[in-house]
Design a protein around this ligand. Structure first.
Ligand code: HEM
Length: 335
């Protein structure tokens, strides 16, 4: 908010896109390593981690659809022999190791010691699970779990935040309605500074706006694949043989007209004006933005808290509008 204040006080146009991602990254740093990465402070893509993630996703989006290409590109056996191991040039891993090294001493063979394991951050929790031999995690396990947060938790949340801000600016009446509700709560001294999750949850139109923007613009835009077990499976009356790849794209579930009439309309009210049972069906479909089953997003509650806190704070403090209402946003699908 301080950084945005400095732009606002100079009446300067600001691209909120990167700033929302800096925020998401710093939050990941806090709950993963109990450390601010400093994206907001420095106002830049530290160690090019954001562009690295974008590159990996762009690559994976293509390879996910045409897996054979991988053998000619990064999976080329010749390249694997010539290039240093992936963990040396994969910036996500390097970035995670750098953050870990500030608290952890890592020894060859996978042993490690971590200072301050009393915190609520992931590194503390995972490192203290060492006490039970069965659950003992080696350095590799730790890096995988923590790098997972760095990789999965920032641009997904940033995409959702951007969609929320975008749709609010596209639909100024909804923005005005939300601003009114927030200001009313503020006037009645129901909001601390910064707004906490419980207070934000008491503003029904806020969660309706967030859900509606996420419905129209899920952060993941290709199918979430699952493999049919060897014996095959019957889905909705169709028999699918073993090993068939099945999946649904959240962009499809979110536009299911049976559940969401006039699916292309941005209408937060739809989440507030339905009977309980219909709302449950809508929530279930929206939940698919985070996947389903055993591999469902592990950070979904964190993401929800992050969004519920920052959006009302932004609207309470600033009046937001498009710099150029004639220009639409440019979107690409990198998974
Ligand atoms: C709006 C924000 C987010 C969205 C839309 C989102 C979406 C997803 C999706 C679609 C998956 C794959 C699920 C599947 O295949 O069924 C996933 C996995 C995952 N997400 Fe998120 N995510 C978000 C935020 C976060 C955050 C903040 C974290 C950080 C803790 C996180 C951590 C993870 C992890 C660790 C996985 C892998 C789970 C596994 O494979 O077991 N996500 N997420």
């Amino acid at each position: 908010m301080q950084r945005l204040d400095s732009f606002a006080s100079q009446n300067q146009v600001v691209d909120l896109g990167p700033w929302l991602q800096y925020y998401a990254f710093d939050v990941v740093g806090m709950f993963t390593f109990d450390k601010k990465f400093g994206f907001l402070e420095q106002g830049k893509d530290i160690d090019s981690i954001m562009s690295t993630i974008e590159f990996i996703l762009a690559y994976s989006a293509i390879i996910g659809q045409v897996p054979a290409l991988h053998l000619l590109l990064l999976g080329n056996p010749l390249l694997i022999k010539l290039m240093p191991p992936m963990e040396q040039w994969n910036q996500t891993v390097q970035f995670t190791l750098k953050a870990m090294r500030e608290r952890a001493e890592m020894k060859p063979g996978g042993e490690y010691t971590v200072s301050n394991t009393d915190g609520k951050d992931f590194l503390s929790k995972l490192a203290s699970s060492k006490s039970s031999e069965d659950e003992k995690m080696n350095v590799r396990d730790l890096v995988i779990a923590l790098a997972g947060n760095v990789f999965a938790g920032s641009d997904t949340t940033a995409i959702a935040l951007r969609a929320i801000v975008y749709y609010l600016c596209r639909y100024p009446k909804c923005l005005a309605k939300l601003a009114d509700e927030i200001m009313k709560h503020d006037k009645d001294s129901k909001l601390s500074s910064p707004i906490n999750f419980k207070e934000a949850s008491a503003i029904p139109y806020l969660s309706a706006v967030i859900k509606e923007a996420m419905r129209l613009h899920p952060s993941v835009g290709l199918i979430l694949e699952r493999h049919v077990p060897p014996q095959g499976v019957e889905i909705e009356g169709h028999f699918l043989p073993g090993r068939t790849v099945v999946g649904v794209n959240p962009w499809v579930t979110g536009r299911n007209a049976e559940t969401f009439p006039q699916p292309n309309e941005f209408c937060p009210e739809r989440w507030l004006e339905v009977p309980e049972q219909e709302l449950r069906a809508m929530d279930n479909l929206l939940e698919f933005n985070f996947g389903a089953g055993a591999r469902k997003c592990l950070g979904r509650h964190m993401a929800w808290i992050e969004m519920m806190k920052v959006i009302p704070e932004l609207i309470r403090r600033f009046e937001i509008e498009f710099a150029d209402p004639e220009r639409d946003w440019h979107v690409t699908n990198h998974w």
